[in-house]
Design a protein around this ligand. Structure first.
Ligand code: IMP
Length: 177
């Protein structure tokens, strides 16, 4: 019988240090604040909650929910915006926050849509950058960790809606019993 086991890849202390570093890089680039953070649901909600408190500058928060039609085999890059941001972003500095950038299809397409609305800038932050799997070029301006491959869960990241509440980031492995 095959079942999945979890192995800790980054514990809560490593994650907290990574989030503090990301927030401090954001403060360097936006010393006055005034940023609009856009979290991609559902995965980014844990990271965003920690990030904005560590950012510690005036900011606004909004959320978007996006489904990507592109799977590993269909790299159409088309995305379905199921819930869009309500905040006007024209002339604003935007930081798009996602849990993980994998193929890059979702963020590259949604970033393009946001740029049509005339923001001053759209930067990208992701806790995990899986750059080896990229299909669409996405410059991740702020990242917590880089990993090569593997399916990770925890700290907002799910597998079939499970594990989002883990404090650590774990890699799921199949074990045979
Ligand atoms: P992309 O368009 O392939 O970059 O898709 C990114 C989205 O796929 C993320 O926001 C996650 O929801 C999901 N995803 C990709 N890799 C993982 C993973 O290792 N664990 C959990 N979700 C993942």
């Amino acid at each position: 019988m095959s079942r999945q086991s979890k192995k800790i890849l980054f514990d809560e202390h490593e994650i907290a240090a990574a989030v503090r570093r990301m927030a401090s890089e954001m403060r360097e680039n936006h010393p006055e604040g005034g940023v609009v953070f856009i979290g991609i649901l559902k995965g980014a909600f844990v990271l965003l909650a920690d990030l904005i408190r560590s950012f510690d500058r005036p900011c606004e928060v909004d959320f978007a929910r996006i489904a990507s039609y592109g799977s590993g085999t269909v790299s159409s890059g088309r995305v379905d915006v199921r819930m869009d941001v309500q905040t006007p972003i024209e002339g604003r500095s935007v930081i798009l926050v996602d849990d993980i950038v994998d193929t890059g299809l979702t963020l590259s397409e949604y970033r393009r849509m946001l740029l049509d609305r005339g923001p001053a800038s759209v930067e990208i932050a992701a806790l995990i950058d899986k750059s080896a799997r990229r299909e669409k070029q996405v410059d991740v301006d702020y990242y917590g960790f880089r990993i090569e491959d593997g399916f990770v869960v925890g700290y907002g990241l799910d597998c079939d809606e499970q594990y989002r509440n883990l404090c650590s980031i774990c890699v799921l492995e199949d074990t045979n019993h």
